[in-house]
Design a protein around this ligand. Structure first.
Ligand code: HEC
Length: 369
């Protein structure tokens, strides 16, 4: 941080850091701090200031008004103070460089960890792509990240590293918290990282085979969640090794998750034919997961292509896609497609699936927990 960046040299601003940040100024600059920061200044800062504000430190829209002040500010830990002086002197914001800002500090976390689900057409109930999206939800975001409810990621840390882990680091959670403490300011929009681009098409590349439900399913409006199984024939004439499967929900707003099984019998087809609408209801589907693989999809999930752990897909198999769907306010068309990626190499490793669970949970009606 340079001297000129926080004040008007003409009036003799000084800035220095030594261990703790410490600066003294009699200069002219205006500072952007938020409402929260303004009210918390007393706790956060040891401000030794003799201020004679012209317009006082009223915080509005995150900008403290201009005033005249001679101020020595000791910033304990992290934050900038703001104060100000002069009349028309506008210098770059001091706080924009020292306080936590959306553009510089928070947006990278949100873009990387949240926007994949929190954007139009995805499962997240609102978008988190801009300051305007994020600011009104700041406290819910702080709460959800602190409690580890968001991003969704079940494994407890410390029991091994998982591919594709979504958990935020403590530093990231702390940054979001500090941003709010500092007034949840936007900061300098030129600090923003590029808004993430999400591939419209297949994220793993062009699949070798794409299958889609022959007929779309119309999810009725309202009502309880729907669990339904859709049977899609896989048109293969010879055995193939599958190194990856990509599921595209087709309507990410209502598809909660999918499980995919392979049925080499006619059982699923017959159940489907017995029901006039596409697919058939129920939690228990015929078919099996292939060779220790769990073929599933939850929002944001994308298992990588894994040559070494490919699995055998036999000709004349059906894919049984079990969807858990949340009805919306209007009827919704649901028509997922599934891309298969093949390899010529037989697998070097075969995974083993171990499911831990219990089926005897008995919760009485009306119990809250
Ligand atoms: C894998 C998809 C996914 C990711 C990634 C994700 N969210 Fe969510 N988020 C959801 C869904 C789905 C809901 C609706 C939750 C529900 O209905 O239970 C939600 C709800 C929320 C809510 C409102 C509910 C609450 O707990 O207060 C907040 C706030 C939120 N998300 C913030 C975030 C933030 C911040 C991040 C990134 C750090 C994030 N989410 C990442 C899917 C996601």
């Amino acid at each position: 941080m340079s001297q000129s960046s926080i004040g008007d040299a003409k009036t003799g601003t000084h800035f220095g850091t030594s261990g703790r940040m410490h600066f003294v100024t009699t200069g002219a600059y205006h500072v952007r701090v938020g409402q929260g920061a303004a009210t918390r200044r007393a706790q956060m800062l040891n401000v030794i200031a003799q201020a004679s504000h012209r317009r006082g430190a009223s915080a509005r829209d995150g900008v403290i008004g201009l005033g005249r002040v001679a101020v020595g500010v000791r910033v304990l830990g992290r934050v900038a103070a703001g104060v100000l002086a002069g009349t028309a002197a506008i210098a770059p914001d001091a706080a924009a460089q020292t306080a936590v800002t959306f553009s510089r500090d928070v947006a990278p976390i949100i873009f990387e960890r949240c926007s994949s689900c929190h954007r139009p057409g995805e499962i997240g109930p609102f978008s988190l792509l801009t300051y305007q999206d994020v600011r009104p939800r700041a406290s819910a975001i702080a709460r959800a990240t602190r409690s580890h409810a968001m991003p969704p990621w079940k494994p407890e840390p410390g029991y091994g590293d998982f591919l594709g882990a979504r958990r935020l680091t403590e530093a990231q959670i702390d940054t979001i918290q500090r941003w709010i403490d500092d007034g949840a300011v936007e900061g300098d929009p030129s600090d923003l990282p590029p808004v993430p681009k999400f591939a419209e098409g297949w994220r793993l590349g062009q699949p070798d085979l794409v299958i889609t439900m022959a007929e779309p399913y119309t999810l009725p409006a309202g009502g309880p969640d729907v669990l339904r199984n859709f049977v899609i024939p896989i048109p293969l004439k010879q055995t193939r090794y599958v190194k990856g499967v990509e599921f595209r929900p087709g309507n990410a707003g209502v598809v909660h998750h999918a499980n995919m099984r392979i049925d080499r019998t006619a059982t699923s087809r017959l159940l489907d034919q017995a029901d006039p609408a596409p697919g058939f209801d129920g939690l228990i589907a015929s078919g099996t997961f292939p060779d220790g693989h769990f073929l599933g999809w939850t929002p944001g999930q994308l298992p990588p292509l894994a040559d070494a752990m490919a699995w055998r897909l036999e000709p004349d198999s059906d894919l049984v896609v079990q969807l858990h769907m949340h009805p919306g306010e209007r009827p919704e068309i649901v028509r997922p497609s599934i891309g298969f990626f093949f390899t010529d190499r037989p697998p070097a490793r075969t995974p083993l699936m171990l499911r831990l669970g219990r089926q005897n949970v008995d919760i009485s009606p009306g119990v809250t927990n």
